[in-house]
Design a protein around this ligand. Structure first.
Ligand SMILES: Cc1cc2nc3c(=O)[nH]c(=O)nc-3n(C[C@H](O)[C@H](O)[C@H](O)COP(=O)(O)O)c2cc1C
Length: 178
């Protein structure tokens, strides 16, 4: 797919607004992602408010460039999709729970859809996961039993970054067995 080859992380965006139809297509692509047992354990918070985007950038280890993107899509994994446990629950980076790993895995798949559909719509993105759960969640009222898998910055690029190197196929590919 052309979009897979073209996608690069963009860290400077123009102020140009994102068309509603394009944003809807991008969010719709996340909804269609596969997930273990079809649990669909994801939630997405679309943040366009400039002040909030600034706060998100500051909470993400002061990656100020993030605020230049007109939209942030905050992608949240919901462990409740995989647990019957009615007890109060807290998840963070230290949580050993296998179910947490599963909901993070599934949400990451949906996030990949967003990155590629964004490129298909002529938009660019960067996945950001450099923040602490406990610091990030209160910004957007996210409950403590949810895990913020990443923020996707979204907008029209105002830079053309060079492609980042990748490992050679021989380094990563095995046939039949390890
Ligand atoms: C899980 C994850 C976390 C990332 N966190 C950040 C981040 O906090 N800040 C940032 O500038 N880029 C972040 N990135 C982007 C990577 O640096 C980038 O994807 C990688 O260097 C390859 O470059 P490319 O996306 O242009 O191909 C993250 C990417 C992933 C998948």
């Amino acid at each position: 797919m052309r979009e897979i080859e073209e996608r690069k992380s963009v860290r400077r965006y123009s102020a140009e607004a994102i068309e509603k139809t394009k944003l809807d297509a991008i969010l719709g692509s996340a909804r269609l992602a596969p997930s273990g047992h079809n649990k669909q354990p994801w939630h997405f918070i679309v943040v366009a408010d400039a002040g909030k985007r600034e706060e998100i950038a500051m909470a993400s280890n002061q990656q100020r460039w993030m605020a230049s993107a007109p939209v942030h899509i905050v992608c949240v994994a919901d462990i409740r999709a995989r647990t019957q446990n009615a007890e109060p629950m807290y998840v963070d980076e230290e949580s050993p729970s296998f179910e947490l790993k599963r909901v993070i895995r599934d949400t990451a798949i949906a996030m990949s859809h967003i990155l590629l559909e964004a490129r298909h719509q002529g938009l660019d993105t960067c996945w950001v996961s450099w923040y602490d759960q406990k610091e990030f969640r209160p910004l957007l009222g996210i409950p403590e039993d949810k895990f913020v898998v990443g923020v996707i910055t979204l907008g029209y690029a105002d830079e053309a970054p060079a492609p980042k190197p990748r490992k050679r196929m021989e380094e990563i590919l095995h046939y039949e067995r390890w």
